[in-house]
Ligand binder design. Structure first.
Ligand code: GLN
Length: 456
């Protein structure tokens, strides 16, 4: 993998930081010591794990893709990283991302653009584009990303890998740089559903450093896997699958719709009943998400004031120090969102925007609850199109935001969702992958992984 990483990285630019060989060896030597002492090195022993750059690592820089944190080295590991290391995983580097998770292409990184390994003229998706590209190109085995509105699932779809967004609260957010705290989750990428489940199992569970992390018991996600030879002909008999009608409608590429319809037929062959279900509030998800996300981010990002971390501009007065450090440190997408969020939260506009968006969020949550009382899982595309060209949507933020329509509702409802490759569109030199999104009931990642593994 390391040889492959070195070979492909100059073209893909998936990593913002790669430790040198000595630093990697230092991580590996810890394992050797355990093995020599006869101890179990853990289920991730020696597995190379990519970590998104907004997840803190104490031995590597963590910038969140932002110049405001250029050179910042946290004094601690995020809980998810700590658990990965305790179970034997080796952090192979920090992956590229849109600045603070704000974007869908990785083009909003302050440092570099990552290429899609399927077609290097295309984006890998975002904001966890580096983590998805790295797994897709086999630069590492699995990786961690973050998903606030689709940032694990959409890049998984664009790069043809598996991506899992856990239930809100399933994985500790301690050490994840906050974007929109009520929507943020740490998620997993793998090249198979089984890999992804093993990584989720490693990082899931209560953490006293995150008050929103859940005390729900963590089932053994690694035990759900069935051997193929033992599969009966209808292994998913009785499973009720709901295809969300609003997601296979106008505005969605024909190639994507046919891949999803083919996936629905595959579910039927496996013994499921597949019915179309309507979520009438579906299209409200985008405006509600963008109002809530920018509002929360305008508050969260106020910590980057030039005093406590990262970029500092020298000035005679405190206000100019704050202003100058931010003006220089933040990119244009981030500045735009802080402005929008501050506006939405200001007196006189709060009721019209933030409060209404919260009300819509409740409606969306209830409509998912209703649909999931009649179906075991819901399916949809993970994105309305396959990967598009680098630069194609860069100057059209609304077109880019619209591409998040398939994923944002799930964050608003706090539910888990698994994305896995389900077909291709004929485009680019090697075709482009299409991802299927499976949405489950809260804390039911185990069922998604079981069904995904059989489907795959
Ligand atoms: N593309 C969405 C946004 O820009 C989602 C980002 C994410 O999940 N971090 O907000």
């Amino acid at each position: 993998r390391l040889a492959r990483l070195r070979l492909t990285e100059p073209r893909l630019r998936a990593f913002l930081h790669l430790p040198d060989d000595d630093a990697l060896l230092a991580q590996a030597r810890r394992l050797d010591a355990l093995i020599a002492a006869g101890d179990d090195p853990g289920p991730l022993a020696g597995v190379l794990v990519g970590v998104k750059d907004n997840i803190c690592t104490k031995d590597m820089p963590s910038t969140g893709g932002s110049r405001v944190l250029a050179g910042y080295r946290p004094p601690f590991d995020a809980t998810a990283v700590k658990r990965v290391r305790e179970l034997g995983g080796i952090v192979v580097g920090k992956t590229n991302m849109d600045e603070f998770g704000m974007g869908s292409t990785t083009e909003a990184s302050a440092f570099q653009v990552t290429a899609n390994p399927w077609d290097e003229s295309r984006v890998p998706g975002g904001s966890s584009g580096g983590s998805a590209a790295a797994v897709s190109a086999r630069q590492c085995v699995v990786s961690l990303g973050s998903d606030t509105g689709g940032s694990v699932r959409q890049p998984a779809s664009f790069c043809g890998v598996v991506g899992l967004k856990p239930t809100y609260g399933r994985v500790s957010r301690f050490g994840l740089m906050a974007y929109a705290s009520s929507l943020d989750t740490i998620g997993c990428f793998g090249s198979s559903v089984a890999d992804t489940g093993i990584l989720l199992h490693a990082i899931a569970g209560h953490d006293r450093f995150d008050a929103t992390s859940s005390k729900q018991e963590v089932p053994d996600f690694q035990f759900h896997f069935v051997s193929m030879s033992s599969l009966e002909s209808k292994p998913l008999k009785g499973l009720r699958v709901g295809l969300i009608r609003e997601t296979i409608d106008k505005g969605v590429d024909a190639g994507v719709i046919s891949a999803i319809r083919a996936a629905a037929m595959h579910f039927e062959e496996l013994g499921c009943s597949v019915n179309e279900v309507s979520l009438p509030s579906f299209s409200l998800g985008l405006p509600a998400y963008y109002i809530l996300a920018v509002s929360e981010s305008s508050s969260n990002l106020s910590r980057y004031d030039g005093i406590r971390y990262g970029n500092q501009v020298y000035a005679d007065e405190l206000d100019s120090l704050y202003g100058g450090s931010r003006a220089e440190g933040f990119g244009s997408e981030v500045k735009m969102r802080i402005l929008m969020g501050t506006y939405a939260l200001s007196a006189g506009y709060y009721d019209a925007y933030y409060k209404r968006a919260q009300q819509v969020r409740t409606i969306i949550r209830n409509s998912f609850k209703e649909a999931l009382s009649q179906n075991d899982i819901l399916i949809s595309p993970a994105a309305p199109s396959a990967a598009y060209k680098i630069g194609e949507k860069k100057n059209d933020p609304l077109a880019m935001y619209a591409g998040d329509i398939m994923t944002v509702n799930v964050n608003l409802a706090g539910l888990p969702a698994l994305v896995l490759p389900c077909g291709f569109v004929e485009d680019g030199p090697a075709g482009l992958p299409v991802g299927l999104q499976m949405i489950g009931a809260a804390f039911n990642e185990g069922e998604l992984l079981r069904v995904g593994h059989i489907f795959e």
